[in-house]
Design a protein around this ligand. Structure first.
Ligand code: NAD
Ligand code: ZN
Length: 359
């Protein structure tokens, strides 16, 4: 297996710096990169017994003489809770693994966040590596060190900051991902480009047809751009005291739409696409900005993402917005998309947001 295209992005965090390898076929680097971390056992965590990637990872690691302990998790966001974390801890402890062990998450953001939390707490922290296999986890969740799980009171309310030792984003693993899941992940890619700059948005416009159809080279470029953007912001603000909040572009209204549908209607990425449309509207109506909404809509549509905000944003979504945890004294900290590469945080009164969105 030869890597066709290959990019390495470094996340600069002093002694916690690490590399993100992006390409087609780059999972062949897994055994070597794990060897660089020492000779401990590998705790392989995944939720895809029928997918080739976990089994392949196991074989490639075992072929170097390493012991691999497998921990299979149930699939889905509804299993992102403490009992699933216990399964990770117990798989390790029952196999008599010691603190030299290396935890490896192979899967989407749910597996990644749970593996990372498990690794950050097992023996007070063991080495962590990630092999993300959804577009969302490649461009967002596997990079940046946020770990955690859900509570009945809300999502991701308990967790840690814990950086991986490396991340391998092999776009070939997306071949088994349902098309709608892959397309939903493209919303985060558009968000990344808007936070990055004009060149990034222009690149997505040029690659839009290829991205929609899953072209590998176009996907490598898009993942590379997204990871570079996220690495830059995380290096600046690891613990979300400022710049990292910009990554919430499109998420305030997107989350309200998801919540109003009980997280069973639109996918997260679809909510983010609609949320970015809403953010343009708020920027224009409440702040007198002139974001190029037509350009954003055209790009989202070419990628196969929804833009029909008025069909999704209703009174129930509006009430979730009012209850938004970011609300402070009647205002919401809103990420304002002025132009590609020009975004800022601004406190916007919730009543004005509702007026801009018509509900
Ligand atoms: N840590 C962070 O900074 C961060 C950032 C964004 C999102 N997240 C978290 O990420 C999670 C969402 O991630 P997600 O969208 O990857 O969801 P997911 O992990 O649930 O994956 C989606 C579905 O695809 C399946 N799947 C994964 N890889 C596959 C493949 N290659 N082929 C076929 N099926 C595959 C999964 O089993 C699952 O059913 C949420 O829990 C969210 O909170 C975390
Ligand atoms: Zn998101």
């Amino acid at each position: 297996m030869t890597a066709k295209t290959h990019e390495v992005v470094r996340v600069e965090l002093a002694e916690r710096s690490y590399e993100v390898v992006i390409g087609a076929g780059v999972r062949e680097e897994l055994p070597r990169r794990v060897s660089d971390l020492g000779d401990g056992d590998v705790l392989l965590v995944h939720d895809g017994p029928d997918r080739p990637w976990p089994a392949e990872a196991r074989r490639s690691l075992e072929s170097t003489g390493r012991r691999v302990v497998e921990c299979m998790l149930p699939t889905g966001e509804e299993h992102k809770h403490i009992r699933t974390v216990e399964r990770i801890w117990d798989s390790a402890l029952e196999a008599d693994i010691d603190r030299r062990c290396i935890a490896l998450g192979v899967g989407g953001g749910v597996v990644g966040d749970l593996t990372a939390f498990g690794a950050s707490t097992l023996f007070r922290g063991v080495s962590l590596c990630q092999l993300p296999t959804t577009l969302l986890s490649m461009v967002d969740s596997s990079v940046g060190g946020k770990t955690g799980f859900n509570r009945p009171q809300g999502k991701n309310l308990v967790g840690t900051f814990y950086q991986p030792r490396f991340v391998i984003c092999d776009v070939e693993t997306l071949s088994t991902l349902p098309r709608e899941e892959r397309i939903a992940g493209l919303a985060e890619v558009v968000k990344s480009a808007w936070l990055e700059n004009e060149d990034a948005v222009a690149m997505l416009e040029a690659d839009a047809d290829g991205l929609r159809e899953g072209d590998l080279a176009a996907t490598v470029r898009a993942v590379g751009m997204s990871v570079r953007m996220k690495a830059r912001i995380v290096a600046e603000d690891e613990r979300e005291a400022g710049a990292r909040m910009l990554l919430n572009l499109g998420h305030t209204v997107g989350h309200a739409i998801e919540a109003a549908q009980g997280f069973r209607g639109v996918r997260h990425g679809e909510g983010v696409a609609l949320g970015m449309v809403a953010a343009c509207r708020v920027a224009r109506t409440c702040l007198g900005e002139t974001p190029d909404e037509g350009r954003l809509l055209a790009l989202l549509e070419r990628l196969g993402l929804p833009t029909n905000l008025d069909d999704h944003y209703d009174a129930r979504a509006s009430s979730h917005l009012v209850a938004d945890k970011k609300r402070r004294g009647g205002s919401i900290r809103f990420v304002v998309p002025t132009a590609p590469g020009r975004t800022r945080l601004e406190a916007v009164p919730v009543d004005e947001i509702r007026r801009a969105l018509g509900v």
